[in-house]
Design a protein around this ligand. Structure first.
Ligand SMILES: [Zn+2]
Length: 290
């Protein structure tokens, strides 16, 4: 019933705002994570969702950024496309509900600092300046730094937008982050807890003995950050996450209903076969894409 209504709304929207196929193609060409969608149906579905998302959510650029940066339509679709990548394979109503608490995306020129007050286990208050690439709150905007947004979108495991939106999903059932988003019926909350606790314990143990953890150690700072960092790796460095914590990778695959590792591997196979093609010229061919 509701899906029928949502479909009708989507059709009405697209009749008024025809889908900009060229801008979407350009957006995909700019960002490896979006370029990796090899299934045409998937890429088209994501494009249309991103187009509606770009209209439904307010995008605000900091005034100094608005003066100096051309945030063109493909750039807006790059942003919206990465946001909708998380819920790409969820039903329309699930996607809409998951991001109902995203009203605005605010882009600041650079990383920003926040004064943080924290009580330690002995009751001593510590104050410090915390440098941030992004932040969000229950009903507040998703704030991201432009520099970090530009550094996102590839396979390095860093993606500020996916990180902050993972927090928004987390806050679908509580006003604060706890690493426990609303779960679909086919995921047992006890399994979720067991698998994330195992990764958390492993990170703590590795840090305690002074070794470098397989994923960003920010994941060890709070269970909510552990979940958000794992989401970043799931989409942007699935090979690292799958190797370090295979059960957790599989769990997130079930949660997000997709397999970014397959996309990464298909992409690198395609790249390897184009690299191994016999050279026809002596000149060095430098790849402009990054
Ligand atoms: Zn975070």
């Amino acid at each position: 019933m509701f899906d029928k209504w949502r479909r009708w709304r989507a059709e009405l929207f697209e009749a008024r705002h025809p889908f900009p196929q060229d801008a979407w193609d350009e957006a995909r060409a700019r960002v490896p994570l979006l370029a990796s969608l090899i299934d045409d149906d998937e890429a088209t579905r994501l494009g249309h969702r991103a187009w509606r998302f770009a209209h439904a959510k307010r995008l605000t650029l900091h005034p100094t950024l608005a003066e100096t940066t051309r945030f063109d339509l493909p750039a807006r679709l790059v942003l919206a496309g990465q946001a909708c990548l998380l819920t790409m394979n969820w039903q329309e109503h699930e996607h809409a509900e998951a991001f109902a608490n995203v009203h605005e995306i605010l882009v600041l020129p650079d990383a920003f600092s926040r004064r943080v007050e924290e009580m330690d286990e002995f009751g001593v208050m510590h104050e410090y300046e915390d440098e941030r690439a992004g932040e969000t709150s229950y009903q507040g905007p998703v704030v991201v730094s432009f520099a970090d947004l530009m550094a996102s979108g590839d396979w390095t495991g860093f993606n500020v937008l996916i990180h902050e939106l993972a927090h928004k999903l987390d806050m679908g059932n509580a006003s604060d982050i706890d690493g426990f988003p609303p779960l679909p019926r086919d995921i047992d909350p006890r399994e979720w807890h067991r698998i994330f606790t195992a990764a958390w314990d492993d990170l703590q143990a590795q840090l305690a003995r002074g070794s470098e953890p397989p994923i960003d150690d920010y994941a060890a700072s709070h269970p909510g950050e552990c979940y958000a960092v794992c989401c970043e790796y799931f989409f942007a460095a699935p090979d690292i996450l799958a190797e370090a914590y295979p059960e957790l990778y599989a769990l997130l695959g079930q949660y997000f209903r997709q397999d970014p590792l397959a996309r990464l591997q298909a992409g690198s196979q395609a790249q390897a076969s184009s690299v191994s093609r016999p050279a026809t010229s002596q000149s060095h061919n430098s790849d402009a894409s990054s």
